[in-house]
Design a protein around this ligand. Structure first.
Ligand code: CUA
Length: 358
């Protein structure tokens, strides 16, 4: 291949990579755009260690270059002074790395312990209520359940939290290992089936304003063919709006279909779907109604199944063949095939499921 062509090929690869990677900086999904105290601290640690490592690389490269030039073979082939076994040098190159490691370790270990401190999780006020919001996160193949135990609320795929305060999480898994990660807020934390992991996160209100209150969360542990599609929404709102949301969720009643079509959809739902999905956001739904996402607020979701556009068309496509969108999911084959008119009715019914007056 001609030399100039090869050079251009490299330039093209770099250009395409730059284009693709420029998508990584979205503030609702980037660990490099921290939106809360925990994420900011982790981000600062990244920059700090990166700075020190850069310094080390520069010093080593400069020394290397000096040595290469200064001690290159010369015509007179004179042998420079030999320094094997030099005490001074050995002390220098042992002590400097130890100092560097200490400088890296002290802030890292301190941050690890302060961010792992969940002692405030169970603090109660004088009425015996928890002072802080605690959310139980349960990961499933391939979706997320959020239980607000103290508030009696259960949601799926939508995590709603108040801004400007610490929110505590109990993270576990219903099946295999997953990992709970909201890149702009910090983390990640393993979701294991055999134990509960705990930590806290927080969101700054002004950062939430920048993204219209919506962040995205992901599964960060390779868990199967649809691992990359195991996304969820994080809605961060001011305390008063959060209180309103809580009241709406607590007062939610059985949904009542408003049209003939939606009424027929409810029948289809009750025949085929209700054994796994609940349509009220209460956390005392029986365990078998928690094996699939709670659909109480489905009409207000931003996506279908966490990945598709939120409209009736993609909803019907999803119900018709979930396997083509999320391979290996547990919905495939769990209900009989539906006819087109049944799908229309079911989609109409599901899109009507809304809690509150959003
Ligand atoms: Cu769940 Cu990856």
């Amino acid at each position: 291949m001609k030399k100039w062509l090869r050079k251009w090929r490299l330039a093209t690869v770099i250009a395409v990579l730059a284009l693709v990677l420029s998508g990584c900086g979205e503030p609702f999904l980037s660990a490099l755009k921290p939106a809360g105290e925990v994420a900011k601290q982790q981000y600062d640690l990244i920059l700090f260690s990166l700075g020190i490592m850069t310094l080390v690389v520069i010093v080593v490269v400069v020394l290397f270059a000096i040595v290469l030039v200064r001690f290159r073979r010369k015509n007179n082939s004179e042998i420079p002074k030999q320094v094997e076994g030099s005490h001074t040098l050995e002390i220098i190159w042992t002590v400097i790395p130890i100092i560097i490691i200490l400088v890296l370790a002290v802030p890292t270990v301190a941050a690890t312990f302060s961010q792992g401190d969940v002692s405030a999780m169970d603090k109660k006020d004088k009425d015996g209520n928890r002072e802080n919001l605690v959310v139980n996160v349960r990961a499933h193949l391939y979706w997320w359940e959020f239980e607000y135990e103290d508030l009696g609320i259960l949601t799926s795929q939508d995590l709603v939290i108040p801004t400007d305060q610490k929110v505590y999480f109990n993270v576990e898994s219903a099946d295999i290992k997953h990992s709970f990660w909201i890149p702009p807020l910090g983390g990640k934390l393993d979701a294991n089936p055999e134990n509960v992991n705990k930590f806290f996160l927080s969101v700054d209100q002004d950062k939430a304003d920048d993204v219209n209150n919506i962040f995205y969360g992901k599964c960060a542990e390779l868990c199967g063919p649809s691992h990359a599609y195991m996304d969820f929404k994080v809605k961060a709102i001011p305390q008063d709006e959060f209180d309103q949301w809580v009241a709406d969720m607590q007062n939610a009643e059985e949904p009542v279909p408003t049209s003939e079509l939606a009424k027929k959809g409810e029948e289809v739902f009750n025949d085929s779907c209700i054994s796994c999905h609940a349509v009220t956001p209460s956390n005392d739904t029986p365990p078998q109604a928690r094996t699939a996402p709670n659909l109480a607020d489905f009409g207000n979701r931003e996506t279908v199944a966490g990945i598709l556009e939120h409209n009736e068309e993609s909803l019907k496509e999803w119900i018709k063949d979930p396997e083509q969108f999320k391979p290996g999911n547990k919905m495939t084959g769990a209900y009989p095939d539906l006819k087109d008119d049944e799908l229309d009715a079911l989609a109409a019914y599901l899109m009507e499921l809304k809690v509150g007056n959003e």
